[in-house]
Write a new protein. Structure first.
Length: 389
């Protein structure tokens, strides 16, 4: 019996800033952002949007179309948690009115936790194939103003329904795993921006990839030519091209720029204009590939590399199921990304500097453009969400 992704949909903010605008303000050559790191725009959440509203907006179309019966597990993967105690997924469970018979927990390991959630969901569904699991990865990537990480900010959420006999991607059981205690990127509880040793983090990412890939190949007996398309965790898109060269070299293969564009390039376009969405990022890339690859990918194997700073990494793969295109929500993704509102630098900085109220008083948040859910306010230290469907 196969287990894997039966439905997938993402949501991101309706607001963005063009990185050429940022380059102008920071007095940087725009090509550094657009070519050097491979990013064009960054999605910026308005004050009434957070990981909960993005997660609910990502999952809503799946629940509307495929129903909520038998969803007995909701795994919420994030490193932008809004509470030290309560799982973010419980707010989403409430907003989506999911069945009370459901396990809900939050998972954290930087950008890797979405993959942990997906693999754990596959195991749970394999144990009881009559049930389904809802996996959601949602994050806001936030660095200090004027820091090297600033142009890689972004936000987004991906929701996936994991089932037996999935109609999009059957996940292979073979994996390559890598964990090492490193301080390449982290966020102490008292900070709301990440601390990062950027160049070191990139080196660890590439080293972890090599280790995971080697192990994956040994365990599966597969090699470079068995993988038709490659998706990588995308903190910024240029890293995927470097990673792919590295992976090919480790397999004794030389890839030309044209081959890199064909094997990896199509998965990059959404992330280029959304920025990093941490735990969701790899799966935004997967959506981008499935939505926009002209070639029929049915029965083709996709390789996926997941990396979370700190660090945990995994190489895994899946086989695209015939008829997958009927299950995709491509139009919803395109409509979202084509209809966003551009922010000026001043608007971006004002939103960035807006402090979240911590006084326990009642606060109402102005209404911005959001998905089907918004953060209406906060009172008595409780976040108040509302549906605006
Ligand atoms: N035209 C074209 N390219 C240019 C250029 C120009 N005018 N000016 C510079 N560049 C190129 C540089 O040559 C460099 O390319 P190479 O890497 O191929 O050498 C690239 O632009 C970046 O420039 P810098 O080397 O000067 O690097 P930077 O100081 O801008 O920092 C960064 C880049 C380290 C990625 C930084 O954006 C950062 O810290 N980002 C956050 C951390 C991160 O994303 N790490 C990734 C691995 S960790 C992870 O994956 C988890 C996660 O999600 C965070």
């Amino acid at each position: 019996m196969n287990v894997g992704i039966d439905a997938i949909h993402f949501y991101s903010s309706n607001y963005f800033m063009d990185l050429r605008t940022l380059a102008g303000v920071r007095n940087v050559d725009p090509d550094k952002y657009t070519v050097g790191i491979g990013q064009e725009k960054m999605a910026i959440p308005p004050p009434d949007e957070d990981i909960i509203t993005m997660a609910a907006s990502a999952a809503h179309p799946l629940i509307e179309r495929d129903g909520k019966d038998n969803i007995e597990l909701l795994l919420f993967a994030t490193e932008s948690g809004i509470d030290q105690s309560k799982a973010g997924g419980i707010f989403v469970h409430g907003l989506l009115d999911l069945p009370a018979r459901c396990r809900v927990v939050e998972l954290k390991e930087a950008c890797y936790s979405g993959t942990a959630a997906l693999q754990l969901a596959c195991s749970a569904v394999a144990r009881n194939p009559k049930t389904r699991a809802l996996v959601i990865a949602a994050d806001v990537a936030r660095y200090e103003l004027a820091s090297p990480g600033e142009p890689t900010q972004g936000c987004g959420a991906v929701a996936m329904l994991v089932t037996a006999n999935p109609r999009i991607l059957a996940i292979d059981p073979e994996v390559g795993l890598f964990t090492s205690d490193v301080m390449d990127f982290w966020r102490p509880n008292y900070r709301d921006q990440a601390v990062v040793d950027g160049k070191y983090s990139t080196r660890v990412y590439l080293q972890a990839l090599q280790d995971c890939w080697k192990q994956y190949c040994e365990e599966s007996g597969r090699g470079f030519s068995d993988i038709h398309r490659f998706c990588y965790h995308l903190p910024f898109t240029r890293i995927a091209e470097k990673a792919h060269e590295r992976l090919a070299r480790a397999s004794g293969v030389t890839v030309t720029p044209e081959q890199i564009a064909q094997q990896v390039g199509i998965s990059l376009d959404y992330n280029k204009i959304m920025g990093n969405s941490y735990a969701a990022s790899l799966y935004v890339g997967l959506c981008c590939l499935l939505d926009n690859e002209m070639e029929d990918l049915s029965a083709k194997r996709i390789g996926l590399f997941s990396y979370g700073s700190g660090c945990v990494a995994e190489y895994f793969s899946g086989v695209v199921q015939s008829g997958y295109r009927d299950r995709l929500l491509t139009d919803s993704h395109h409509v979202l990304l084509e209809n966003r509102t551009e922010l000026t630098y001043r608007q971006y900085e004002d939103i960035y500097n807006l402090a979240f109220p911590t006084d326990g008083g009642g606060h109402t948040f102005s209404r911005y453009r959001t998905g089907g859910y918004r953060l209406a306010g906060v009172k008595d230290h409780k976040r108040l969400y509302e549906a605006v469907l």
